[in-house]
Write a protein that binds this ligand. Sequence first.
Ligand SMILES: Nc1ncnc2c1ncn2[C@@H]1O[C@H](COP(=O)(O)OP(=O)(O)OP(=O)(O)O)[C@@H](O)[C@H]1O
Ligand SMILES: [Mg+2]
Length: 253
Amino acid sequence: MAAATLQLRGVRKYFGSVSALEDLRLDAYAGEVHAIVGDNGAGKSTMIKIISGIHRADEGQILVDGDDLANVKSTAEAQGRGIAVVYQDLALVECLDIAHNMALGNLPRKFGVVLDRRRMEREAAQVLKDLNVRVGNVRTPVGLLSGGQRQVVAIARAVRMDRPIVLLDEPTAALGVQETAHVGEIVDGLRASGKAIIIVSHDLDFVFSHADRVTVLRLGRTVGTRRVSEATREEVVGMITGALPADHEGEVA
Ligand SMILES: Nc1ncnc2c1ncn2[C@@H]1O[C@H](COP(=O)(O)OP(=O)(O)OP(=O)(O)O)[C@@H](O)[C@H]1O
Ligand SMILES: [Mg+2]
């Protein structure tokens, strides 16, 4: 089988004296949806932020196609190395419109300097159309959108980046049934286009219908990874709560 696109090995992260991550392992593959589950505070968002360049790991390796990301110091650099991300808190700018938010970090310019508004709006409208997203006019400030609409705009921004690795932290948390199904379709489309998708979710229904693999985190450690087709909900819930032991319990990382 092909090598993993993204690999985490023994990743640790401290915030002062608080140990947020103790031993993370992960192998994510192109053309697969890899779900990350675990209780509140398990370290899921911290993991996403380390991969995307917001935080730096204190120990361990983050490899993209075998290249270590250890020296990546910014989100822009991580993006350059192939990573698009939707954060749990979305990180949209409320006073800017939909089109501008979708282009942040990669604004189209005329003559290399002036913001090319027309192109920005055209591209945003096209991406939203391709994704079948209806949020009205792309000139609407994001601050006027509902929580669910913002979530979809943040996802559309990550899709627009067109990177081989897409990280989604709780993309369906604020969504109703129909919108959740819609995000499921977007995720399926990303998989079909060969991306490696890593999706943090508390929604096991979503995980069991859209993911290929699921990795469970508990107290900052990887408990284990299962193929969704071979796992049961009971097993995954047992791994989340600690009723089942970790795969590498007692092993030195
Ligand atoms: N910037 C920070 N400073 C200090 N501690 C932090 C920081 N970010 C996270 N933590 C701590 O790290 C641990 C993991 O937090 P994290 O946000 O990664 O959890 P999570 O699995 O995403 O939880 P949730 O399901 O609630 O989103 C928690 O104990 C949290 O308090
Ligand atoms: Mg989180």
